[in-house]
Write a protein that binds this ligand. Structure first.
Ligand code: NAP
Length: 247
């Protein structure tokens, strides 16, 4: 297990799903966590309870990552209450399944605002702090669909593709400041994001996955712990795909 003792890790969208698993696994590695949520306060406090059960500490901070002023607040609260930020995990995300021709402009605006601009907002706010400390690690939760594209998830895939190329670019830009920037690109993970799938669609999807099953959130979180810690000290600008061999 990665040793993250003494580190402070901010995780956006940690009120459930992959974000919650990242918080709990990071806590098991010894770091304290800042749990961000937008709407689900109860879920965020449930995550905090699980972090404490895992033997660590943390705080909960509300904020809509799509708003720059909320991203500033998340970073300000984290530094104010925890003293510093070592790692930022940009996990918050939303999706929409449907034909692009049937979508309204406000629907694609909201996916771009949360998935791509939300990541930009939090990254921009935290970088000022990390640059002054000449230390830090940023981990973006992308998607396999950002590499290969998904029918009926064109906008979602485009936001994740944008995250991938931004990750590659910013990692190079920030390397001289001793700040690493990497991404994890999960395949199909069993969370509420996929709860809309009908049982028969789940079975069809499983057949397309060489490992024959959906991934679970812990399988993504463990890769995040690796990228957060010293074992990945020479890695930056990388996209690690965790998809059971699907892409
Ligand atoms: P999820 O269960 O739907 O959880 C999404 C999380 O994002 C929730 O905690 C939600 O919090 C938060 N969130 C949404 N909008 C937000 C906003 N504007 N500001 C702050 N937080 C916000 O989804 P998930 O499956 O865990 O997905 C997590 C990440 O993994 C996403 O970036 C997703 O694109 C990516 N991913 C998922 C899969 C998959 O198959 N599940 C595959 C590839 C990539 P509130 O409810 O409090 O708003």
């Amino acid at each position: 297990m990665e040793d993250l003792g003494g580190k402070i890790v901010v995780i956006t969208g940690a009120s459930r799903g992959i974000g919650r698993s990242i918080a709990v696994n990071i806590a098991k590695c010894g770091a304290a966590v800042v749990i961000n949520y937008n709407r689900d306060e109860k879920g965020a406090y449930k995550t905090l309870e699980m972090v404490r059960e895992a033997g660590s500490t943390g705080i909960v901070v509300q904020g809509d990552v799509s708003l720059y002023e909320d991203a500033e607040k998340i970073v300000r609260d984290a530094i104010g209450k925890m003293g510093k930020i070592d790692v930022l995990v940009n996990n918050a995300g939303i999706c929409h399944i449907g034909l692009f021709v049937d979508m309204q402009q406000k629907q694609w605006d909201s996916i771009i605002d949360v998935n791509f601009k939300g990541m930009l907002n939090c990254t921009h706010c935290v970088l000022k702090h990390m640059i002054s400390r000449k230390s830090g690690s940023i981990i973006n939760i992308s998607s396999m669909w950002g590499n290969v594209g998904a029918s009926c998830e064109s906008i979602y895939s485009a936001t994740k593709g944008a995250i991938n190329i931004f990750t590659r670019s910013l990692g190079k830009e920030m390397a001289p400041s001793n700040i690493r920037v990497n991404a994890v690109a999960p395949g199909v993970i069993d969370t509420q994001m996929n709860a809309c799938l009908k049982a028969e669609d789940r079975e069809i999807l499983k057949e397309e996955i060489p490992m024959g099953k959906f991934g679970n959130s812990d399988e993504v979180a463990k890769v995040v712990c690796f990228l957060a810690g010293g074992s990945s000290s020479y890695m930056t600008s990388q996209i690690i795909t965790v998809d059971g061999g699907m892409s």
